[in-house]
Design a protein around this ligand. Structure first.
Ligand SMILES: Cc1cc2nc3c(=O)[nH]c(=O)nc-3n(C[C@H](O)[C@H](O)[C@H](O)COP(=O)(O)O)c2cc1C
Length: 215
């Protein structure tokens, strides 16, 4: 797949600095599943701990999916959920280490790493996850998923859309409503994507001096 086929904006400065949360979208704008898949393809180039890729996405782009999305978000998120072309739920996969061998076997088959290097990865990283407690797995998956979600926000702009990340939803209802195992998958965020209806209000940031230090 040429995942950059539908990118219309290659200006990183514009994409990053002019990203804002849009909460009202033009209704009835359809984004094809092919293009939504391209955006996901781009989003999952994100880094992840040990390349575990502990993310999972559920795309709600038709009436039934959007109704499900509506049913789990808090009312203040109805405007963006009800007007977006698609709402993409980003979840963390707390069992991604079960399939972890696949990615390294593939790298090995591709000739990118030797069998010895692959086995070293298995010995070094897999036990970390196999012996991890629930909170470690959840934290790891949350960080991985957040990395991909950020990329999704940016690539949505590269495709000519605007977006809004949302975590204002009923956490315990998300996975089961989306048809997923709620033991395995934890909600991280949901991204509403579409063509904006209204202009944005630029949000305020703290001064970098107040949130950073050089030591
Ligand atoms: C983890 C997270 C959760 C958020 N949840 C919501 C939400 O539920 N509803 C919403 O309208 N915006 C939500 N936002 C968007 C923030 O309100 C927004 O990013 C922030 O006010 C800064 O504005 P900007 O995105 O326009 O720069 C969320 C953002 C993040 C990172």
């Amino acid at each position: 797949m040429d995942e950059t086929k539908n990118m219309v904006n290659n200006d990183f400065k514009d994409i990053m600095l002019n990203r804002h949360s849009y909460r009202n979208f033009k209704k009835d704008v359809k984004i094809s599943r092919e293009e939504l898949s391209e955006m996901l393809e781009e989003a999952i180039t994100a880094p992840s701990a040990c390349n575990l890729q502990s993310w999972h996405f559920v795309v709600c782009d038709d009436a039934e999916g959007k109704q499900k999305a509506h049913s789990v978000v808090m009312p203040f998120n109805y405007p963006q959920v009800d007007s977006a072309s698609a709402i993409i739920f980003v979840l963390g996969d707390t069992q991604s280490h079960y399939k972890y061998r696949d990615v390294w076997n593939k790298a090995c088959e591709n000739g990118q790493i030797s069998p010895e290097e692959r086995d070293k990865v298995f010995k070094t990283f897999l036990p970390l996850y196999e012996h991890a407690d629930r909170s470690f797995l959840e934290k790891d998956a949350t960080i991985d998923g957040s990395m991909a979600a950020m990329q999704l926000l940016l690539t949505a702009r590269a495709h000519g859309y605007e977006a809004n990340p949302m975590s204002g939803y009923y956490f315990d209802k998300v996975a089961s409503t989306l048809g997923l195992d709620s033991e395995r998958y934890i909600p991280i965020t949901a991204v509403a994507i579409g063509k904006p209806e209204k202009t944005y209000t630029k949000s305020v940031r703290y001064n970098v001096k107040d949130v950073s230090e050089f030591i």
